[in-house]
Design a protein around this ligand. Structure first.
Ligand SMILES: Cc1cc2nc3c(=O)[nH]c(=O)nc-3n(C[C@H](O)[C@H](O)[C@H](O)COP(=O)(O)OP(=O)(O)OC[C@H]3O[C@@H](n4cnc5c(N)ncnc54)[C@H](O)[C@@H]3O)c2cc1C
Length: 462
């Protein structure tokens, strides 16, 4: 039976009118005209057919959805920004969609922000920057605050202020038993710990973040280098990272030279190493702080500019259009050994599509200084985390592109990797997903069992 038909048959057996009448938000089922639009997520690879998609307007709506799911034995997935790479947010029978719970309230005196689960980073950054504050978010303004935080969250400010989840002070949650509770340092502290990167332990209906002063422009620099410079450049980066200042976030990445006037014609289409860096301190110290990036002798194209934090946070927005095919995985590297550098350079050389990249995110400063039991996320002691990010359009290229990511990650793991991986880039329900939480997995499982005793969210990030 085709999956749309199967979803329609199963949904037909449910008293869905009872759910629609209770909810302030809309309910979409497989027989509705808007179903195909409603089941779509950012990644064009994801093609899930949930039985019910419930657009919640409030925590009360969420409570009703969880009660309905429990009564009828349905699994639940939660969607907020819809940017889960693996499509975990539409993997359940019932999708609790929080995208319409989009609100932000900033308290400039307390330096905190309360945020609804439907908010994107763009909304939060605009609200916090209007009073000269910020919390470390992702580097793409359309990703959801909810999923990114519940998966740890890394961004340009992470070396200075930690993972996004390290800045999470409290959450309001609807548990798997349908109870509404708050978790903070005093109440249900185990649930707050799990929410700092442990995925869906319940449906989070409000997040509270700590904010930090940020009222000046930020420097951004990049240098494009031929691939044959990669080994020496990354070896020098490895040394630099050992004492890198917390203000600097230098993230080298492998990419294909674009066919635009900014690049020499003879280089266009070639694989290259890009040294890119953000300096989150005062701009007058940026050139020194971003030492290895600026004025690189071998660069065939380079730039150095200062911009507002809001400009920085939207700089990559055109690079990841919705609907394209994506497959991402990541590997934390204890040290950036010569063998790992060689693996990365080889992988870049045989990248199956010019849209695919490999990014190295640094894990120094506040990320590595935080206590290991701050959150379930492992990998803080890595030198860098390598994100292998494939993107392509041709459906016929899927098999070889996915295999390129998997093979590269297998080789990196054999080089010098640490156990576990960053939850946001783990592969979720993908059968090839890695063991995400390594040494923290057992503790996380216990917390999940406490707050979701019947396992209605268990298909998430297992
Ligand atoms: C273009 C792009 C750029 C990215 N950049 C970064 C980056 O800079 N840093 C980084 O760390 N990550 C980054 N990511 C990864 C991103 O953080 C994850 O994909 C994240 O899961 C997206 O969250 P979302 O709310 O948009 O997604 P969704 O698909 O809505 O949800 C993601 C996961 O969180 C769960 N979830 C969502 N809302 C709730 C809720 N309210 N309560 C409980 N569980 C919930 C979902 O069930 C799902 O498992 C990026 C992803 C993309 C696509």
């Amino acid at each position: 039976m085709d999956p749309h038909h199967a979803a329609r048959e199963r949904a037909a057996s449910l008293p869905l009118d009872a759910l629609s009448t209770r909810l302030a938000g809309d309910v979409v089922v497989p027989t509705d005209d808007g179903y195909d639009e409603a089941r779509r997520v950012w990644n064009g690879m994801v093609n899930a057919y949930p039985m019910v998609i419930a657009y919640c307007r409030s925590a009360d709506d969420v409570v009703d959805c969880v009660a309905f799911a429990r009564d009828h034995g349905l699994s639940v997935s939660v969607r907020s920004g819809g940017h889960s790479v693996s499509g975990a947010s539409v993997a359940g029978d019932l999708v609790v969609d929080c995208s319409r719970m989009e609100w932000v309230r900033v308290d400039p005196d307390a330096r905190t922000a309360r945020v609804g689960p439907g908010a994107t980073w763009g909304t939060v950054d605009r609200a916090t920057q209007s009073v000269g504050l910020a919390t470390p978010g992702g580097v793409y303004s359309e990703t959801g605050v909810a999923g990114l935080t519940l998966g740890g969250g890394t961004g340009y400010l992470s070396p200075k202020h930690g993972f996004t989840a390290d800045n999470l002070r409290a959450v309001d949650v609807v548990t798997g038993s349908g109870e509404r509770i708050t978790a903070d340092a005093e109440r249900n502290a185990d649930l707050l710990w799990a929410a700092r990167g442990g995925g869906t332990v319940g449906v989070v209906t409000a997040f509270e973040f700590e904010l930090h002063p940020l009222d000046h422009d930020i420097a951004y620099a990049e240098s494009w280098l031929p691939l044959d410079e990669a080994d020496a450049t990354l070896a020098a980066y490895r040394s630099y990272q050992r004492t890198a200042p917390a203000e600097s976030c230098i993230f080298p990445y492998f990419d294909t030279v674009p066919s635009t006037a900014a690049f020499p014609s003879e280089r266009r289409g070639d694989p290259a190493l890009v040294l890119a860096g953000v300096y989150a301190g005062a701009p007058e110290h940026a050139r020194e702080g971003l030492g290895p990036v600026v004025d690189h002798d071998a660069a065939f194209a380079s730039s150095f500019e200062t911009m507002s934090y809001l400009e920085l946070q939207t700089m990559m927005d055109d690079d990841f259009p919705a609907g394209r095919r994506y497959y991402w995985k990541s590997v934390p590297l204890a040290t950036l050994e010569d063998g790992a550098i060689e693996t990365l350079r080889d992988a870049a050389e045989r990248a199956p599509s010019s849209l695919s990249t490999i990014v190295l995110w640094p894990m120094h400063g506040a990320v590595s200084e935080a206590e290991a039991d701050t959150s379930p996320v492992v990998g803080r002691d890595a030198a860098v985390v390598a994100n292998v990010e494939a993107a392509w359009d041709d459906p016929l290229a899927t098999e070889r592109t996915v295999e390129w990511v998997r093979e590269t990650c297998r080789e990196l793991r054999a080089d010098a990797s640490l156990a576990g991986t960053l939850p946001n880039f783990a592969g979720g329900s993908d059968p090839d997903a890695d063991d995400v939480y390594a040494g923290n997995a057992a503790r996380l499982r216990e917390v999940r069992e406490r707050y979701d005793p019947d396992g209605i969210f268990t298909h998430e990030r297992e």
